[in-house]
Design a protein around this ligand. Structure first.
Ligand SMILES: C[S@@+](CC[C@H](N)C(=O)[O-])C[C@H]1O[C@@H](n2cnc3c(N)ncnc32)[C@H](O)[C@@H]1O
Length: 216
């Protein structure tokens, strides 16, 4: 079987068990995730996907805030997904968590009302970003919305300089579109409309932006 190609959550697989701890002490993680959920205005009856869910922190926050919502999480890395499954089972939550091959999402067309994604796109090389956005456009329903929180080009020179730490760690190729502020344009190119940067967070690794977009 062909080996899946992806950049793990903390660049090296052996760091995956430390992900939750390290992200919680180095980033305003909960603040960003809460803002993402607020921006998405999740409703009780919604069908929600957390793309690149990692250890499932955001997925679980969505389900806990909206127990009636139909919540799913997907990640390319089966190992990190196991952590998400363990966390979700421990809390007794009914969340559909699945891994996939990194190219085609195992979901039917127009199956989700809202798709959220946190700190995933800077892990994807430019072609993969395009493929993923096309897939997200396919699986989101008409009038559905996409909300992405990820690093973007900041107006602040200091924030742009700080992003170089992440670029050195995760790779200059996968972070290029983020550093140049081209993610909103790429989301438009995938067919989404009303692409807007809704929030900006200064962090010790550069500016994280929440981008919203709509499938009309
Ligand atoms: C920095 S972690 C973020 C995890 C989680 N969203 C969070 O906010 O804590 C990046 C995640 O992207 C996932 N990832 C990398 N390439 C991916 C792809 N092609 N499709 C889906 N997930 C991917 C990694 O496995 C990892 O879990």
């Amino acid at each position: 079987m062909e080996q899946k190609k992806f950049i793990p959550a903390l660049r090296f697989k052996w760091l995956t068990p430390l992900y939750d701890f390290l992200i919680s002490i180095t980033m305003p993680e909960k603040k960003i995730k809460r803002a993402l959920i607020k921006a998405a205005n999740v409703s009780a009856k919604g069908k929600i996907l957390d793309f690149g869910c990692g250890t499932g922190t955001l997925t679980i926050m969505i389900k806990e805030l909206h127990p009636e919502a139909n919540v799913a999480g997907i990640d390319v890395d089966a190992e990190i997904l196991n952590k998400a499954i363990q966390k979700s089972e421990k809390k007794g939550l009914d969340i559909f968590l699945v891994d996939y091959d990194g190219t085609q999402l195992p979901f039917e067309d127009k199956g989700f009302d809202k798709i959220l994604s946190c700190l995933v796109f800077h892990h994807l090389e430019t072609d993969t970003k395009r493929t993923v956005l096309t897939e997200l456009f396919r699986v989101i329903d008409k009038n559905g919305q996409l909300y992405i929180a990820d690093f973007g080009r900041s107006e602040s020179m200091i924030q742009r300089a700080l992003f170089n730490t992440i670029r050195a760690l995760d790779g200059f190729k996968s972070t290029d579109v983020n550093a140049r502020g081209l993610l909103p344009e790429m989301i438009l190119d995938a067919g989404f409309e009303n692409v807007v940067i809704k929030n900006r967070f200064k962090t010790m690794f550069g500016e994280v932006q929440i981008i919203s977009a709509q499938k009309i």
